[in-house]
Design a protein around this ligand. Structure first.
Ligand code: PTJ
Length: 242
């Protein structure tokens, strides 16, 4: 389908196409379409734009990631289909590693996701993970010894909640990007960005690139008064009030 350039929901339709193509290629799992639909509904309620609260969350996330010693960006099928290029750019700015972590993990899907990142010149971890996150039953427990296993800060998206909690039990700081401020992931993460990954990831890269010139003291000041729950409540109210 050719989407007219002046279509009011052009961006959202383009994202839907990326997910559909991802499913055709086998990168996105069929349930990923349902996850995307959930996100689309919340994005619609948020006016399909980055809200002021999300801008604050992005600023704080940039500071935490820049202060991290071993940051890792965890990617799944949906994230790959929607914004692999932007994830690679973000990883470069943050000097972070990228690790594949799939809920519906199959060797074929892992290869396909790896290939997408290879095309962009990026090396990814998590292809043959040997470590297991304690207390997790799903395949999401499988992590790379050189990546998430030893990371101090993990950026997650399209998460299922359980892993966020399990990673925090391991002493890691978890930053989540999730359009639903009420989801378990959003509520459990140390820092949540309530925005569409297609906007949040490039904004985070831009913000981190601006902020990396600042010293650690200034970065720490950015996160000093950050209260995740307060901002989540504000965004929830924004959605409820319409
Ligand atoms: O790991 P995979 O590739 O095997 O796939 C796992 C899926 C995505 C199927 C699995 O993690 C899943 O079912 O996810 P959920 O529980 O539907 O959670 C996805 C969350 O991401 C929901 O809270 C959505 O609101 C949110 N979401 C959906 N689309 C976006 C989004 N958040 C940010 N940006 C989006 N574009």
């Amino acid at each position: 389908m050719k989407i007219p350039t002046n279509h009011p929901r052009r961006k959202s339709l383009e994202e839907r196409e990326l997910i559909e193509k991802g499913v055709e290629k086998g990168i996105v799992t069929p349930s990923g379409m349902i996850a995307h639909g959930r996100g689309e509904a919340f994005d619609y309620l948020l006016g399909e734009k980055t809200q002021p609260e999300a801008e604050r969350q992005i600023g704080a996330a940039a500071a935490v990631l820049l202060l991290a010693e071993r940051p890792v960006i965890s990617v799944n099928g949906n994230a790959t289909a929607l914004c692999a290029r932007e994830i690679v750019k973000l990883a470069k700015v943050l000097k972070a590693k990228i690790e594949i972590n799939l809920f519906y993990r199959t060797p074929k899907r892992v290869k396909l996701v790896e290939k997408e990142f290879k095309k962009l010149g990026a090396k990814v971890l998590g292809v043959k993970p040997k470590k297991k996150v304690p207390g997790l039953d799903s395949k999401r427990a499988m992590v790379d010894a050189r990546g998430i296993w030893g990371a101090d800060v993990v950026l997650v998206m399209f998460e299922d909640g359980d892993r966020t909690e399990a990673l925090e039990r391991m002493g890691k700081i978890v930053i989540a990007i999730d359009l639903n401020p009420m989801s378990r992931t959003a509520q459990k993460a140390n820092l949540t960005i309530v925005d569409n990954v297609t906007r949040a990831v490039p904004l985070l890269a831009r913000k981190a690139s601006e902020m990396r010139k600042k010293g650690d003291k200034s970065l720490r000041k950015t996160i000093k008064n950050f209260k995740n729950k307060d901002l989540l409540r504000k965004i929830e109210l924004r959605i409820r009030r319409g």
